[in-house]
Structure formats: C-alpha cells, structure tokens
Design a protein around this ligand. Structure first.
Ligand code: ZN
Length: 378
C-alpha cells in the first residue's frame, strides 16, 4: 500500500486535520477523510461481524408507523446466518450519498446496531429512509410477500460483487421447469424459470379448502388444463388451442420461501382473507410430498430436499387493518422467538402452531410466509 493509506491509518482526528488544512487542499482532504471514514467503518464491520454468528441475540425493531411488515422481514433476513455471511462481505459504497441509499449497506449497519447496542430494540430509521429513496412508501401497510420480493430485488441489484449476487441467488432461488403441451397436436414447450417464493393456493379449483401445507404443494404441482380464456397460441396448429401446463421442480435453494395465498379476490370485488386452519410441519421432505413426474432432478439434488422450518411471518387482523410479526428459530440457540416489533420473547412450538389459523377467528394470527432451511446442504 502507498503513503496515503499509511497516513490514514495513523490519523485519529480527521476533523482537526481538516481544520488545519489550507483551502486549496480542502477537496483532496475531504476525499481522504471520506476514504478514511469508509476504511474505519470497514474495519469496524469486520471486527463486529467476525463474531456475529456467535452472539446472534434476538433484538427487536421499533415500529416507525406501519413498519411491522418491514420489521418482520428484516428479522427473517438478519437471523439467517447464511444471509448475514453474504451481507458482511459487501463493498462499502464510497460516497456518503451512496452509503445512505444502499440497501445492503444500511441493512449491515442495522445489524451492527442490533448486535452492539445491548438494547432490547433499535430504530430501523436509516434503513427505512434508504428504502423510501427507492420508491418504497413509508407509513403504508405492505403485503409481506410483495415487500419480500422488493427487498430481495434491491439487495440483489445493489450488491455489486457478482460472486455475492450469485450466492444470494443460490440461497433463495427456486428453479422450475414449466411444461406446456398442446392438446390438439404434439407440440410441446419447456420453459426454465426461477422463483423467489412458491405462491401456494390454499383453495383448490372448486374453492375447497386444502387441508395441509403438503396438500397445497401437491396441488401447486398438479398439471393444469389451460382452456377458454387461458388457451395458448400453438405455433404448429397456427391458432390458440387448449394446453396442458405442468410444473416440474428442478432445484430447491438453501432457504426456501413458501407463500400461502391467503388473500384473495374470489367471488367478490374486494379482497378477503382465508383464515382456515392449515397445518405446516417442522420437517418437510419434498421427496415424500411430490411424485416422480413433478420433478426434473437427479438423486444428488433430491438428497438435499429435506427441510426444517426456520421462520414464519404471520398476519393478524383484517386485510385493510392488519399487523405482522415473525416467529423465528434461532439457528445458534435452536429456540423459537416471536419478533413483534420492539417486543421479542421466547416462545414454544405450540405458540408457533397457533399461526395455523382458524376459520371462525378471522382476525387471529395466520401464517403467511414460511421459510424452510435445508437440513443437509450440499
Ligand atoms: Zn398444437
């Protein structure tokens, strides 16, 4: 390293140094100060996050006004040590404006604050401000599935290092192969796609309630006939024809996100919530849930399809006036916690099971997003 870096490390009082500098040197000095600040921050972050996994304590986040959804999702991200391992390796943006507007960096600062302050809760103000710079309105209740996608896209877009973007994708992305077969001729089409969540219907085509999470998954992967308005253009027939659409599972990520589609517009113009009971297991093995024609994967891939429940984002209240909280199993302590904004308490599996839902209690808590983690990653 050159002289510049040597001097920066030695200098402890950049403000004093600045006041003693001649005006002509101001700009250079400002840059140096900035670099120094970033360097100091980098060093601090390294020292803090080097031990982050060991003291992954549960710290709350204050509600800034309708931020319960954001708070719940932030807790799910930050309690996932596989995610924070990626987050710790981001490049700190060089200018103050960039740092203020960089979502991964602000998330990292928030994590640092949560782990250092020894307080029961912290204010996610800077991160909320940063998100508002990216067209995310504040003081508005969000749909957790939608906000999860928004946050993830911002993280991916702003993590500059390609290897981190790849690791982030590996951590969360589900690979699916969609098969489309014309029902009038032999034409077939296969489309590979990736998804951040599996959006699982909780009702079948006849509006009957699906009874378990496993049933929802099986239903999601059932072939569907695309007829009437849903017909597709067949290039062989030269017209719109009925198609058979089926989804095959190709790859499952380390952290798997399942979205229970409990909010629906069916049979009415206004949105309503489906609150019926839908049990989900603590352990989920996809090889037992799906059948051979519902996957397109080799044995080594399928061997990793055993999951353990990591987190539940639950919604209570009505569609127009609701509240979110997160139940998360600490990966270091193997204990369940309920993160309800600034209130964090240890809970039992029976408490988590209360989010299965009950049809006669619409306002009660119901699981909305489920996060599973691979038991034996490759
Ligand atoms: Zn055809």
């Amino acid at each position: 390293m050159g002289q510049r870096s040597g001097r920066q490390e030695g200098s402890k009082e950049p403000e004093v140094a600045l006041s003693e500098t001649m005006e002509a040197e101001m700009e250079v000095q400002n840059n140096e100060e900035e670099i120094e600040e970033v360097k100091a921050k980098n060093q601090k972050l390294t020292s803090v996050f080097g031990v982050a996994d060991l003291k992954n304590e549960a710290v709350g986040l204050y509600n800034l006004g309708q931020t319960c959804c954001l708070n719940s999702l932030l807790q799910v991200f930050l309690m996932n040590i596989r995610f924070t391992r990626i987050l710790r390796r981001i490049t700190v943006p060089s200018s103050p404006t960039q740092r203020r507007n960089n979502v991964p960096y602000q998330m990292l600062l928030l994590l640092e604050k949560m782990q250092c302050d020894k307080r029961k809760a912290v204010h996610p103000t800077d991160l909320a401000y940063c998100l508002s710079e990216h067209r995310m309105k504040l003081f508005v209740q969000y749909d957790a599935a939608q906000l999860f996608l928004t946050l993830w896209n911002l993280l991916k877009k702003q993590m500059k290092k390609p290897e981190l973007v790849e690791e982030l994708s590996d951590l969360y992305m589900i690979c699916i192969q969609e098969h489309l077969a014309c029902q009038k001729c032999s034409f077939q089409k296969k489309i590979n796609s990736t998804m951040l969540t599996l959006p699982l219907p909780v009702l079948d085509a006849n509006s009957h309630r699906l009874k378990t999470l496993e049933e929802c998954l099986q239903y999601f992967f059932l072939p569907e006939e695309l007829t009437g308005q849903n017909m597709c253009f067949c290039q062989q027939c030269g017209r719109k024809t009925p198609f058979l659409q089926s989804m095959k599972l190709v790859h499952l990520p380390q952290t798997l996100t399942l979205h229970l589609k409990r909010f629906c517009f069916e049979r009415s113009s206004h949105m309503h919530k489906l609150s019926h009971s839908l049990p989900f297991p603590q352990e989920l093995d996809f090889r037992e849930v799906l059948t051979e024609n519902q996957w397109q994967a080799d044995d080594s891939e399928k061997a990793t399809w055993q999951y353990e429940l990591f987190a539940v984002v639950a919604h209570s209240g009505s569609t127009s006036c609701g509240h979110y909280c997160a139940y998360i199993r600490s990966l270091t302590e193997c204990k369940w916690y309920c993160f309800n904004d600034s209130e964090v308490c240890q809970v039992s599996w029976d408490d988590v099971k209360c989010t299965y839902g009950r049809s006669n209690l619409n306002w009660r808590e119901t699981a909305y997003l489920l996060f599973y983690m691979k038991k034996h990653p490759q």
